[in-house]
Design a protein around this ligand. Structure first.
Ligand code: ADP
Length: 492
């Protein structure tokens, strides 16, 4: 394993740590705060305001006014789109600073943060274009009536996002919500609140009216729960852990809120012997180790056809030991730290469990260095389908290798999971590729590639990986209500 790079680039500037309510930076009503950390060192880098239920209520009231009273609710849809384009331009202007801050607070490499920023800008521009294209229909009905549909905003949207893609998740949620004319009360993850606050300032600069976007930092059980419980929030859009989604769905039932969920995965990545081996090894490597495995789509179940399994594992291991771990702000770094001590402990716990249950640790599995939350890229061979490391979402750089013989055997095994977010297949045989794509239960299927996610294509999960879709036109459905208007034509 390459050594951590010691020369530390300059720490990015932290400009905002308060709550953003009604276009004002405000202190929380009860003065609460929490520390946020740099995962590369474990050191606290800022104290951030924590919103209580009172602050959430203030934010919801501001969002309600904005969605009912104008100017947001009365402006032309095209002008809403122009505000969104302007925000995208400002984010592009500040991309270098935002990427550095993202890496500093989240631990992702600066290369990955820059990639995320491109995705953020693309997403906002894509949905800015939709703002004046959210259309209804005219419907032929019986009798002398004209029936047509209008698409109206759902209203005040509570958005709760995780720490692994702080800005990208913000953009995925703001984009369709704003395009459809909703207003937002968002809670960034407690681990990574800083970049959302910076984008909040850019939203003010772009000219969004007060109350359209509100940011309430804080913890899930307090701030998050207060958003979910609030009677005047119309919908919750959540990305995070499946167990949290269950709690949210139960709480949301009290007020029968709309909910959309983007949750975890244990994605099967299936390698047939007739693949392009070089590409498949590189693809399987990227599938699991991108962002240190902290992706809901991580290719953590690596099914490899028996006849090439040993060679495949050998080649994957040779790459894993070369991976350069280090300071996320150093452009040479390939893998940064995991986000927190909690995640580090969880991942190391799974490594221990994997060995205890009889899997063979080929490489990695230890903490890297003695500060920060780094984990070595890890490969387990001889894994059985029922072992914990093959069933649970680890959210770290740990891959389980599972040999198989043919398509008929691998499809039911790939589907034998509560999750269904993503899947991939590597083969040059088009029959196998399309049959697999048809039969696998997953919201996204990649053929001879991995982690290719574009803002234009729907993204979401089958089974317990989620409800609803983000990105693409599909997301608009979840942010607008259909209203049918029927007009009597002439006198009867
Ligand atoms: P992760 O394991 O990725 O941290 P979580 O589901 O715990 O996933 O967190 C994702 C987001 O959900 C975070 O913003 C977190 O604060 C929030 N959250 C956690 N628990 C709750 C809850 N009970 N109600 C609402 N939001 C919550």
């Amino acid at each position: 394993m390459a050594q951590a790079v010691m020369a530390r680039p300059k720490a990015p500037l932290i400009r905002h740590t308060k709550l953003l309510i009604n276009n004002e930076w405000v202190e929380p009503a009860d003065g609460g705060s929490f520390e946020t950390y740099n995962p590369a060192t474990g050191e606290s880098i800022a104290e951030v305001a924590a919103a209580s239920a009172k602050d959430v209520d203030r934010a919801v009231k501001a969002a309600r006014r904005a969605v009912e009273e104008g100017p947001w609710s009365t402006m032309d849809a095209a002008d809403r789109g122009r505000l969104m384009y302007r925000l995208a331009d400002l984010i592009e202007r500040e991309a270098a600073e935002l990427a550095a801050l993202e890496s500093y607070n989240c631990g992702k490499t600066i290369t990955d943060s820059k990639g995320d920023l491109e995705g953020v800008v693309n997403t906002l521009r894509y949905y800015a274009g939709w703002a004046d294209k959210v259309e209804g229909r005219t419907i032929p009905v019986r009798g002398s009536f004209l029936s047509y549909t209008l698409r109206r905003p759902v209203g005040v949207i509570g958005q709760i996002i995780p720490w692994n893609f702080p800005l990208l998740m913000l953009a995925w949620k703001w984009g369709p919500a704003l395009a459809c004319g909703n207003t937002i009360v968002m809670k960034p993850a407690e681990q990574t609140p800083l970049t959302a606050l910076r984008v909040g300032a850019l939203a003010i600069e772009a000219g969004f009216p007060p109350g359209v976007v509100n940011l309430v930092n804080g913890f899930g059980e307090t701030t998050g729960a207060a958003i979910v419980a609030h009677a005047d929030v119309d919908k919750i859009a959540f990305t995070g852990h499946v167990d949290t989604a269950k709690i949210i769905q139960r709480q949301a039932a009290e007020t029968l809120k709309r909910t959309t969920f983007e949750l975890g995965g244990k994605s099967p990545n299936v390698i047939f012997a007739d693949c392009d081996l070089d590409e498949a090894v590189a693809g399987a490597f990227h599938a699991i180790y991108f962002h240190g495995g902290q992706c809901c789509t991580a290719g953590s179940r690596l099914f490899v056809e028996q006849s090439i399994k040993d060679e495949f594992v050998e080649r994957l291991a040779a790459k894993a030991v070369q991976r350069k771990l280090g300071d996320p702000l150093d452009p040479a770094t390939e893998q940064g730290p995991q986000v927190s001590q909690e995640q580090l402990d969880k991942i190391l716990g799974y490594v221990e469990l994997g060995e205890k249950q009889g899997a063979k640790r080929v490489v990695g599995g230890d903490r890297f260095g003695d500060r920060g939350f780094y984990v070595e890229p890890t490969i387990f061979d001889d894994v059985k389908d029922d072992m914990a490391i093959a069933r649970d979402e680890i959210f770290g750089p740990v891959v389980s290798v599972l040999p198989f013989r043919d398509l008929d055997e691998v499809v039911p095994r790939a589907n034998d999971t509560k999750y269904g977010l993503a899947a991939a297949v590597w083969t040059k045989n088009i029959d196998k590729a399309h049959l697999f794509a048809e039969k696998v239960k997953a919201g996204t299927v990649w053929v001879n590639c991995y982690h290719v996610v574009d803002t234009n294509t729907p993204f979401g999960g089958f089974k317990m990986s989620g409800q609803g879709r983000e990105n693409g036109e599909a997301a608009l459905e979840h942010y607008s209500e259909i209203k049918t208007v029927t007009v009597k034509l002439g006198s009867s």
